[in-house]
Design a protein around this ligand. Structure first.
Ligand SMILES: Cc1cc2nc3c(=O)[nH]c(=O)nc-3n(C[C@H](O)[C@H](O)[C@H](O)COP(=O)(O)OP(=O)(O)OC[C@H]3O[C@@H](n4cnc5c(N)ncnc54)[C@H](O)[C@@H]3O)c2cc1C
Length: 469
């Protein structure tokens, strides 16, 4: 089905729509348009017909109805971080939730309710005041919406599970404009699907998460010279899977940024590292880290007690909005000697200061739900791997992409098959299906029930059964 372009709709129809909103409608040509269409990844250059900065659920409902009735493409923008730019669309309508960022903590019930346009920094700031936290990501400017709906991997994964494992309830505006709540008792099939199935089922206007007593963490990066990477990876593959759930650590190849707080001798040096987060008793922290510090002498050790939000925003200055990003990802069950040898080859060839490879553990508490308990199917996997070329310069990024593709192609035969949907660009249906595996059929059934005409198709799309046939 061909999407109707907003520019082909009658002007009075658009005016009428705009006047029914409490938020702001931005059209092509408006002064605010160029700024409003920008997303985090500067490689994305899409020009929507209308950007609707919703003020409330009523605006979201009106915008969903408008897009459905007029058969335009409809994108949902949470934090705008999606690698493939799936929070925005060409020629259609964007529901921009960035004005809906209210957060309410219930310290007695240990829950937090976050509106659909929150970024993680909003939530961390509010919960930390009560000495509480929930499972999120590693950069505070990432949207709660997109990150959670795809799964949610971060510093607290081994301790608290994925973000979806902490999700208690969602409020959703459906494709037909209805507003529903989904939780373990109500609309259970929808609640199952939104926990991993992305923005396929509706616009989530509010998320309710469970909180944990996490306040000061013993955390930060430990870096080693690149020639020690083989030793570190061989240590890491055994150590982390046997470590207590209080300890999380993701492996990285990286280039040390040329500025403080990094020592000058390390500036612009390619290194390997593990970014740690220990949430156990602080008086046990030194002892927990003894084997890590003993494996090989670190070139830099920034691990120590810090407030949880400080860890959550530690990498924000290195990765501000507006850089060019190209991504490839996979799930990994095992880090074999052969895979490590390939990592060493491509890690040594990191093509720019911001480019990186991360291996995020997805075990510990994240292994407790089964692969069919939520839509997130790779529960048995050990790591989510992501390879990203990043550069501020639009003229350079194309030259860095072959490194990502070659690295990914070399490691893919050593992977579990599919990828974490939130680390994917637009890579086609085969890749989407490989990432949901046997959960795909159930997702397609629920999609057919809630969104039979695929109104929500600007995402890692699960096609309604009728469209699949
Ligand atoms: C610098 C950076 C760091 C990252 N770190 C992590 C990390 O640590 N852990 C991790 O798991 N992921 C991480 N990611 C990946 C991230 O989870 C995805 O990019 C995710 O899509 C971002 O969500 P967003 O709301 O910011 O994105 P947007 O671009 O706004 O939206 C992306 C998609 O999410 C859906 N969506 C967003 N909000 C809603 C909503 N309220 N209702 C319905 N659908 C919605 C839409 O379908 C949209 O297509 C990172 C990404 C970047 C760029």
């Amino acid at each position: 089905m061909q999407d109707t372009l907003v520019k082909d709709l009658a002007a009075d129809k658009i005016d009428q729509f705009g006047s029914s909103l409490r938020g702001t409608m931005i059209r092509q040509g408006d002064e605010r348009y160029e700024q409003a269409r920008k997303v985090y990844n500067a490689m994305i250059d899409k020009r929507p017909g209308l950007i609707v900065q919703c003020a409330d659920v009523a605006d979201v409902t009106t915008a969903v109805n408008f897009a459905r009735e007029n058969k335009t493409a409809l994108a949902i923008r949470g934090g705008g971080h999606n690698g493939g730019g799936l929070g925005i669309c060409e020629g259609g309508v964007v529901i921009d939730l960035s004005r809906m960022r209210g957060v309410r903590v219930d310290p007695k019930a240990r829950t937090v309710r976050a509106e659909g346009g929150c970024v993680w920094g909003d939530v961390d700031h509010a919960t930390h005041a009560f000495g509480l936290a929930t499972a999120s990501g590693i950069i505070s400017t990432t949207g709660v919406g997109g990150l959670t709906l795809g799964g949610g991997i971060g510093h607290l994964t081994r301790k608290c599970g994925l973000s979806i494992d902490n999700l208690l309830e969602v409020d959703v505006v459906l494709a037909d404009g209805r507003f529903v709540t989904a939780n373990a008792q109500e609309n259970q099939d929808l609640f199952w699907a939104v926990r991993g199935g992305g923005g396929n089922f509706g616009v989530v206007t509010s998320f309710l998460f469970k909180l944990h007593p996490i306040s000061t963490v013993y955390a930060g990066p430990i870096l080693w010279n690149l020639d020690q990477a083989g030793e570190i990876l061989r240590f890491y593959r055994k150590f982390i899977v046997n470590a207590p759930e209080d300890l999380n650590g993701f492996f990285a190849f990286l280039v040390v940024p040329p500025g403080p707080p990094f020592p000058e001798a390390l500036h612009n040096k390619k290194m390997c590292g593990i970014i740690w987060c220990y949430t156990g008793p602080l008086d046990k922290a030194e002892e927990t880290f003894k084997p890590v510090r003993a494996v090989a002498k670190p070139a830099l050790d920034f691990v120590g007690p810090i407030p949880h939000p400080a860890l959550q925003s530690m990498f924000d200055p290195i990765y501000p909005p507006g850089l060019q990003w190209y991504w490839r990802a996979d799930f990994v069950n095992e880090l074999t000697d052969e895979a490590i040898a390939l990592h060493l080859k491509y890690g040594a060839a990191l093509p720019s200061m911001h480019s990186t490879m991360h291996l995020y553990p997805i075990d510990g508490a994240a292994h407790r739900p089964s692969k069919n308990d939520t839509a997130f199917s790779y529960r048995g996997s050990q790591w989510a791997e992501v390879i990203v070329a990043v550069d501020p310069d639009a003229t350079k990024i194309q030259g860095l992409i072959p490194w990502v593709k070659d690295y990914w192609s070399a490691l893919h035969p050593h992977s579990a098959g599919g990828a974490y949907v939130n680390f994917m660009m637009e890579e086609g249906q085969e890749r989407v299906q490989a990432s949901f595996r046997d959960n795909y059929a159930r997702l397609a059934k629920i999609k057919t029930e809630y969104d039979p005409t695929n109104v929500f198709r600007v995402n890692q799309n699960i096609r309604p059964a009728a469209a699949t046939a």
